[in-house]
Design a protein around this ligand. Structure first.
Ligand SMILES: [Zn+2]
Length: 442
């Protein structure tokens, strides 16, 4: 500032004549002090400029051994200035945690209606009441109170109430990619928030996410249960179609495959031998036996031989099945559904061609009602009327539909609902008989 102009302002006299006073109506002592402070402000640097967002902002700073001074400048006029004093490393950590806690609180207050009320509930919260009442030394080691909120380090403690579910959903659904998996969602939350067993709750919420089911469904193997072993050839036939082959010249695109299950096992015997008792020696041998009305000694002994052979084949097949079953079930779980429960259905490519035309189409549909068990490994499902697909599904294509009502564990608050805490009551409609749990791989 030009010193001569500063001096001119400072020596600006107070109004003395009547006409001068009339101009400002009444000249009181407060008018005099306002006049003095106006002069002071006008003559002392800096007068801070208002920001103009069309102009370039500059940041000027200078550091000495004990502090840093900085100024936000626009068109050479200061807009804002501050001095930050140097602190050693350990106390800087506190400052960092303090500012992290403050910014977290202000974000929460802006985003969650009535957020400030939660601080009054810490003392009745089943998870945090014991912490508030522990010894001061124990409390200090892990916890801090700031503005009435409880923090574990710089993580805000969240009450056992539906806000936990809200935060999980937010972290799970609101990423740019959307619908993060269990681990990612947990990490996002765990950086800013704390409550006991957060990982379990994240899992429970994500396992109920309809969007995830529709987008990420996949076949999961149920227990391998072999079909009963047939006693003799041609007793148990299986039939299947291989479809959608390239069309032949006659316009055919499918093959019907009929398999005699007695022949289909790895028994160490050829199908011919199982059927006729010996391998063919000449082409004539493959002509079926003529039916002879009278029995011969030779025929009786042949029949005995055949019976023995069938028993051997059956025993061998059963043994192979048991071995295969034990191996296949090592890492599988028993899926037991209860009729009338709701399920998701995995839309297999080959079965729901129209609904799986491209990768972005939903991979599961539901919920549908289970009707009844259909064999060891399948269930009948009530499908909507227009469906052309048969209504029996392998357990591997079924996933329990977990209703939101089962999230009480996250929502319960004995204080707010006036009833006993329900505790570990996340019930599944599926029972697990191995150490693997029912979580779908997301
Ligand atoms: Zn999801």
């Amino acid at each position: 500032m030009d010193p001569s102009k500063v001096e001119a302002i400072r020596s600006w006299p107070s109004p003395s004549s009547i006409t001068e006073v009339i101009r400002v109506s009444e000249w009181s002592s407060s008018a005099q002090s306002a006049f003095e402070s106006l002069k002071e402000n006008l003559s002392s640097a800096p007068i801070l400029a208002l920001p103009n967002f069309d102009m370039l902002f500059e940041f000027e700073c200078d550091a000495s051994g004990v502090g840093i001074g900085a100024m936000l400048v626009q068109g050479k006029r200061p807009m804002y200035s501050f001095v930050s004093k140097h602190k050693d490393g350990t106390s800087n950590v506190d400052v960092d945690a303090l500012s992290r806690r403050y910014s977290l609180l202000s974000i929460m207050e802006a985003r969650v209606l009535g957020f400030s009320f939660i601080k009054e509930l810490y003392e009745v919260d089943p998870d945090f009441d014991p912490i508030l009442n522990c010894s001061p030394a124990e409390f200090k080691r892990d916890y801090v109170e700031q503005d009435g909120f409880l923090f574990k380090g710089s993580r805000l403690c969240i009450l056992k109430y539906s806000i936990r579910e809200l935060l999980i959903r937010e972290a799970h659904e609101c990423g740019l990619a959307g619908h993060f998996g269990i681990n990612n969602t947990f990490e996002i939350l765990n950086e800013h928030f704390y409550w006991p067993c957060m990982d379990k709750d994240v899992k429970a919420v994500i396992n109920r996410c309809a969007t995830c089911f529709q987008a990420k469904s996949a076949f999961h193997k149920g227990l391998y249960t072999p079909l009963p072993v047939p006693n003799q050839p041609w007793e148990d036939l299986s039939m299947d179609f291989i479809v959608a082959l390239p069309r032949t010249q006659r316009g055919k695109d499918s093959i019907m495959v009929v398999v005699d299950r007695a022949h289909n096992y790895s028994t160490g015997k050829s199908p011919f031998e199982i059927c006729y008792g010996a391998n063919p020696l000449t082409p004539i041998d493959s002509i079926p036996f003529a039916i002879e009305p009278k029995a011969s000694v030779e025929a009786v002994s042949k029949a005995k031989e055949m019976k023995k052979l069938y028993e051997q084949v059956k025993a061998k097949t059963e043994k192979t099945n048991q071995q295969y079953k034990a191996k296949a079930n090592q890492h599988r779980k028993q899926s037991t559904f209860i009729p009338s429960n709701l399920v998701w259905i995995h839309l297999r490519n080959e079965r729901f061609t129209a609904k799986r035309k491209n990768k972005l189409m939903p991979r599961a549909e539901g919920p549908f009602k289970l009707l009844e068990k259909d064999g060891d490994n399948a269930y009948k499902v009530e499908l909507p009327g227009d469906s052309v697909v048969s209504s029996t599904f392998n357990v591997g294509d079924l996933m329990p539909y977990l209703e939101d009502d089962n999230l009480e564990n996250l929502r319960s608050s004995s204080f707010l609902e006036g009833e006993d805490d329900a505790g570990e009551n996340v019930t599944n409609n599926i029972t697990s008989t191995s150490s693997n749990d029912v979580t779908p791989k997301l």
